[in-house]
Design a binder for this molecule. Structure first.
Ligand SMILES: C[S@@+](CC[C@H](N)C(=O)[O-])C[C@H]1O[C@@H](n2cnc3c(N)ncnc32)[C@H](O)[C@@H]1O
Length: 555
């Protein structure tokens, strides 16, 4: 199978430095470097508005550059970043990326965007379907931005994710796959046994503009309805909402709640209006549904969070009455967000029914989750993820070791390690998450954990003076990865072991490269050896890939 994270390159070792610089220069995710030379592949020019170099099959690679609006016949070779299909134009090897093109699919695509050395196309028509095609169970799968690969067999999805991690490690991280130990370093991806209904949190938006795909013939009758939508933002539109009656990623009971809201909220007698993100007029902004578990019974419990532009509980009352009749609903809250921004975190939160938080269990611990707390979105797979983290951390269990939990969120990783450690120190930027972490420690009777609020992108030279030298560092940053200040700190700290947990393989491999090979631009030497990289599929049908990596100090 061709390279997933990179244009196909056969067995050649590519010079990854341009990629590396791009990754280092920004905290954003690198996009594939289509300028890398590659052998001629499938794909042909269908129409040529002007006689470009591509019309001549003998044109050398890179002399071809498609024009916007040009139609190309392409074959997708592999999946890359954001599950975009990687294709190459015949004879030239010119790389073209296409959203929703899947490996093996032959299709017509129109050039929609040109980058320095590659182009993006919009798929117009499939000529022959991709390998491993399956029927997507969700009626919205072909245009909803949430699941991009539902129509690719799950086995093929995880193969593509594994390949993407492999390519990034080799080409961006500069870890050689010729090294005999490489096969031991990169572990096979851990699949998710629950491929649907795995999300414990979904956020839907109320809108006054319904987004429709161009081809409405595929739509169910209720989709063609032109009423106000409640659903997910259409990919690329902040003001258009794809109306959704059911999401197969959330729990069945959350879908029950969604159905009740959908049935009621547009009733003119209720006087409810969607918030307009352009004019800033209207009441209902978002509907957030969280599913947890009752600690005593293990039964599912649901929290419903209405995000509104002002506080008008009487307006919400009819909805609250209907929703609270669902036995699993134990909490209905109202976050009031008066700002013009589109976030769901309110300046004030009111409990309209039942409790103000729900509970979930992870690795034998109980977590109280409020509407705005961060919590692992796939609780089922988080059990496995945390077990892998625990195995990597390899705590002796005699209570002698210090754990530093960087980007600790609500403390769930640190707390799950605390019983085997001397003390856990957690750092996190969000103040509410720190309060939750402290509360979670108390709830579970854990007294050897300290959680501190602070921005890890802004640490000073005195960072680390307030806690003992850790034996184990856990680092679980969000998508931008670690700031150079933190990398420098870790390289100076020289803790015996680092467990790096990442939801973004692109920034992960950049940071692994720094920790192991140093930062040449700054004259800093790396001092870690990469022992293992374990990809984990936390989010089937989406492009997201989680990895747990173990690094050992080598000097
Ligand atoms: C991927 S989450 C991990 C949370 C936690 N480890 C867990 O498993 O639940 C990343 C966390 O990093 C926090 N964060 C993001 N930027 C940060 C920064 N500059 N300094 C400290 N924490 C940050 C986020 O608020 C978030 O809680």
């Amino acid at each position: 199978m061709a390279a997933a994270g990179f244009p196909s390159c056969g067995a050649r070792r590519l010079n990854a430095r341009p990629w590396l610089h791009a990754v280092r220069a920004s905290s954003s995710v690198p996009e594939p470097s289509p300028s890398l030379p590659s052998p001629p592949e499938t794909g042909a020019l269908v129409d040529t508005p002007s006689s470009g170099a591509a019309a001549t099959p003998a044109s050398p690679p890179r002399s071809f550059f498609p024009k916007r609006g040009q139609t190309l016949e392409l074959v997708c070779e592999s999946l890359a970043f954001k599950a975009k299909g990687v294709c190459k134009v015949a004879d030239t090897g010119f790389v073209v990326m296409c959203d929703r093109a899947l490996p093996g699919e032959r299709f017509l695509g129109r050039v929609s965007r040109k980058k320095d050395s590659y182009a993006e196309v919009t798929k117009l028509k499939t000529i022959t379907p991709h390998w491993d095609a399956v029927e997507a169970p969700c009626q919205y799968a072909s245009y909803c931005g949430g699941c991009k690969t539902q129509n690719l067999a799950y086995e093929a999805q995880i193969r593509a994710k594994e390949q993407q991690v492999r390519d990034l490690i080799v080409h961006v991280g500069s870890f050689s796959d010729k090294d005999p130990s490489f096969s031991k370093i990169l572990k096979p991806i851990v699949p998710c046994d629950l491929q649907f209904h795995y999300r414990n949190k979904m956020e839907f938006s109320f809108g006054d503009k319904r987004w429709m795909p161009r081809d409405v013939s595929s739509l169910e009758e209720d989709q063609v309805d032109t009423g106000y939508p409640l659903g997910l933002h259409a990919p690329g539109f902040f003001d258009k909402v794809l109306h959704i009656n059911k999401c197969l990623l959330q729990s069945e009971v959350a879908n029950k709640v969604l159905a009740v809201v959908q049935d009621s909220w547009r009733d003119p007698e209720l006087g409810l209006s969607p918030y307009n993100v352009r004019t800033h007029v209207g009441f209902l902004k978002h509907l957030m549904l969280r599913t947890g578990r009752d600690v005593k019974t293990g039964d599912q419990e649901v929290m419903v969070n209405f995000v509104t532009s002002c506080y008008k509980p009487n307006l919400l009352k009819p909805l609250v009455d209907r929703i609270s009749a669902i036995p699993e609903v134990v909490s209905i809250v109202n976050n009031v967000n008066t700002s013009v921004g589109n976030t769901s975190v309110g300046e004030k939160e009111y409990t309209l029914y039942g409790k103000s938080s729900i509970t979930e269990m992870l690795r034998g611990l109980t977590f109280q989750i409020s509407a705005n707390s961060f919590f692992q979105t796939n609780s089922y797979q988080a059990e496995i993820l945390y077990k892998l983290i625990e195995d990597c951390a390899g705590l002796k269990g005699d209570g002698s070791e210090i754990v530093l939990d960087l980007f600790c969120g609500t403390g769930s990783i640190g707390l799950s390690l605390a019983k085997r450690a001397r003390h856990v120190y957690g750092f996190e930027v969000v103040a509410e998450a720190i309060s939750d972490a402290r509360r979670n420690a108390e709830l579970n009777g854990i007294h050897n954990a300290t959680f501190v609020q602070g921005d890890l992108n802004k640490i000073s030279d005195s960072f680390g003076n307030d806690f003992p030298k850790p034996d184990i560092v856990i680092s679980d940053p969000n998508r931008p990865g670690m700031h150079m200040k933190l990398i420098r700190y870790l390289l100076k700290l020289k803790a015996p072991c680092i467990v790096y947990v990442s939801c973004n393989p692109s920034t992960l491999v950049r940071d692994l490269d720094y920790l192991c090979h140093g930062v040449a631009e700054e004259g800093i030497r790396g001092c870690y050896k990469l022992l293992s990289v374990q990809p984990v599929d936390m989010f089937p049908h989406t492009p997201h890939i989680e990895c747990v990596c173990l690094l050992e100090l080598v000097e």
